[in-house]
Design a protein around this ligand. Structure first.
Ligand SMILES: [Zn+2]
Ligand SMILES: [Zn+2]
Ligand SMILES: [Zn+2]
Length: 324
């Protein structure tokens, strides 16, 4: 067998799929994963527990020792570590099996629409948390029961104020709608922070930022501009160079990377990470302009009551200056 360090790096996706594409190998990872229970075991260390060859084979339920050895050998190195005590999960093995298990706990989320306290910012009507529909199946919706909402697209049901996506399956099970919604806001907050700070939340890869500026921006209340299909004239497109994840984020979201900006919102009674954050930019950013083309520099003014904050961002959407 080749040594652990020789085999641990440099697997291509094809090799990874080939190694994992067998139920016995997934069963081995699953049995090793079952060994650790950090919640029940206050003395657990960072070392994952190990099983001897014989015990592992028994737990997986394979009689043929040489066949079992063949499958186990495929995993040793990249996914499983061989120690004096036996076999234990490596980090990559743990990630693979926990992703598989977390992704198979629940299917589609369906529940009764639940009222939330905040009135509709458009009409003052009752707002509810709702799940997606056949026309717009992706995740939780914040929907007004009294007006037509913020979107004028045929694929989005009437009344929708915001679509906020959904937690992975593990985050959905055993939570009420309201809890799920609150955890979803937390989940989104940290993923957004990762993006605007240049780390891909899917894979931790490097993020490239492309500024998108609409030269001829025209937009009415709650509508999108016919020239750029967006509500705000300046956006930053973030693309992960590794996994191809791509997002478009406004100047208003990008400036939340700076503590002075979040403190300003907090001091004026706004929770910048609450469910109103997509509207925060349109409601509180009075002006945003390109003040220099090369290098690209953008200045945005946040105005709440009589106070204002001038925020300068560079071509990557990084805040380079804040003036009160
Ligand atoms: Zn409304
Ligand atoms: Zn536009
Ligand atoms: Zn990525």
């Amino acid at each position: 067998m080749s040594s652990d360090t020789e085999r641990r790096s440099g697997l291509s996706p094809d090799e990874t799929f080939a190694i994992l594409g067998h139920e016995t190998r997934l069963a081995i990872l699953s049995e090793l994963w079952d060994l650790d229970d950090p919640l029940d075991d206050p003395d657990s260390t960072f070392e994952r527990k190990a099983l001897s060859f014989a015990d592992l084979r028994k737990r997986v339920g394979m009689r043929d020792g040489s066949q079992f050895n063949y499958h186990l050998t495929q995993l040793v190195g990249p996914f499983v570590r061989q120690t004096d005590e036996g076999y234990a999960l490596r980090r990559a093995g743990w990630q693979i099996i926990s992703t598989i298990l977390a992704g198979t706990l629940t299917d589609e989320v369906v529940f009764d629409a639940e009222p939330i306290d905040d009135p509709c910012p458009r009409c003052g009507g009752q707002v509810v948390l709702d799940h997606g529909t056949n026309r717009s199946p992706e995740g939780l919706l914040i929907r007004c029961t009294a007006c037509e909402g913020n979107y004028d697209f045929p694929e989005i049901p009437s009344g929708v104020l915001m679509r906020i996506g959904m937690l992975p399956p593990a985050g959905v099970s055993a939570r009420s709608v309201t809890e799920m919604y609150r955890k979803l806001l937390t989940w989104k907050k940290h993923r957004l922070l990762m993006r605007i700070e240049g780390v891909c939340p899917e894979c931790s890869g490097e993020i490239a930022v492309i500024p998108l500026i609409c030269e001829d921006h025209v937009v009415g209340d709650g509508q999108v501009c016919p020239n750029c299909d967006r509500t705000v004239e300046i956006q930053f497109k973030s693309v992960c160079s590794v996994c191809k994840g791509a997002w478009q984020l406004s100047t208003g979201v990008h400036m939340l990377q700076h503590p002075t900006v979040t403190a300003f919102y907090h001091d004026h009674g706004y929770d910048p990470w609450g469910h109103k954050w997509p509207r925060l930019a349109t409601e509180t950013i009075a002006d945003q302009t390109v003040v220099s083309e090369d290098p690209l520099t953008i200045e945005a003014t946040v105005v709440i009551d009589d106070d204002q904050l001038a925020v300068t961002l560079d071509e990557e959407g990084t805040v380079v200056d804040v003036q009160t």
